[in-house]
Design a protein around this ligand. Sequence first.
Ligand code: UDP
Length: 414
Amino acid sequence: MNSENTLAQYEEVAGRDVIEQLRQLAAPLKGMRLVHVNSTRLGGGVAEILLKMVPLMQDLGIAASWEVITGDPVFYECTKSFHNAIQGDHVNIPGSHLKEYEKTNRHNAEGLKDKLNDADIVIIHDPQPAAMITSFPGRKGKWVWRCHIDASRPYRPVWKYLREFVVRYDASIFSLSGFAQRLPNPTYLIPPSIDPFHEKNIPLDQEELRHVHAQFGIDPERPMILQVSRYDRFKDPVGVIRAYQLAKDFVPSLQLVLAGGSATDDPEGEAVLREVRTEAEDDLDIKVLLLPGDAHRTINALQRIADIVLQKSIKEGFGLTVTEAMWKNKPVIGGDTGGIRLQVINHHTGFLVNTPEGAALRIRYLLHNRDKTEEMGRKAKEFVRENFLITRQLREYLTLIYALLYGSREWIEL
Ligand code: UDP
């Protein structure tokens, strides 16, 4: 992935108007000091977005920067427990870990004192650096807590502890309304986005697609359906196999690819993978792939060579795999849950389903109505262009800055 893509390049994919609007919105904010703070520069969706978001903000004339906090293993153990607890796990965190969490935040705050005291806007990502705010009682800028996690049903004792920090912020941001907690400060909703210049989303040539067909023994002459997902019960890979088996009665040449990451560090993932393999065992038309974490181009190619992409989740966060597939002109058959509902507009950009039988019916319909598949694929791509590209997320950040800096004024001069 290249972090040097400039705004001008985004004109090609997002459209001139969109970039022009960004420039207009950003013009009065020129020179404004904005600092993002998170806990890793590499790995995970937050780092990936910041890697692009920060240079784009700079390109718009904002003095944007990105700081990363550091800590000892106990700190990360504690923040991992926060993460799990926010998502609902009942984890009891020892007091010594909480002490280490607060100490690490104070220590990092010391190192960033001047920078954060001078900033006009500070965006703190996720729980790891959330407690830093307590070290800045006299801060001049506006501070925002950006939660990337599904906080709809947190484990109460842990949320009660974290909430004490969160309520001190001037605002908070969640990805979806369903993920948000009730807070006394203004809450903004900013859904995730994909970067069209990420290796996972850039156009690929035919040669590379042919190579991927050959690499995994996929017959290019026969229809193929795909699900890209971790081997996780909530993604329902066994339900996908069931849907494929039902659809195969009507489309005997059908092939299925399930692509997911290695499950060695996740005992439950291994169990799910075993179930999937057992279910797929004697069908040579099912490929169960274990891909390394950086196989972005392979996933890109698989999404491009698939006729239809499934994301038959029973429970889902946003479902970036859905966005990625739609960007490649694929209608998606998705579980009727979470962020999939924001993306799959039933009968327009894909189909929402609740059962393997429902998915099988839709697979059959799309494979027998190629014009419809193409039309839905076109709409799917346009829907992502309008709503889920990084440029939209950038616009929402800019708008948020206006709301924070000028929210109480009756008029804002642009
Ligand atoms: N992904 C990947 N390799 C895999 C499985 C998934 O790179 O083996 C990527 C996928 O392309 C997407 C992200 O991981 O970008 C998964 O995000 P999503 O929101 O769909 O699901 P999550 O795993 O966060 O529940």
